[in-house]
Write a new protein. Structure first.
Length: 75
């Protein structure tokens, strides 16, 4: 997924071994993708690499949860 133009950074991980009531442990794997800007995010959604990933791998999950967020403004 990091080969898609406009992706600044991406990583895959599993839930941390921390244990606090506020931690969401309802997932097995997480994908974090940071985009250069909103236009890059929008282009990612329709990029052929992303579409091929969905086609080949969507049977591997039962649920997708998305958290979109932006960096806070510089002070």
């Amino acid at each position: 997924m990091t080969a898609i133009p406009g992706v600044a950074h991406g990583t895959v991980g599993v839930p941390a071994a921390t244990d606090r009531p506020v931690i969401d442990r309802s997932y097995s794997y997480g994908l974090m993708v940071k985009f250069q800007d909103v236009a890059a995010h929008d282009a990612y959604q329709i990029d052929p690499i992303h579409k091929e990933f969905l086609k080949n791998c969507s049977q591997l999950w039962t649920r997708v949860q998305v958290y979109d967020f932006v960096d806070p403004p510089a002070r």
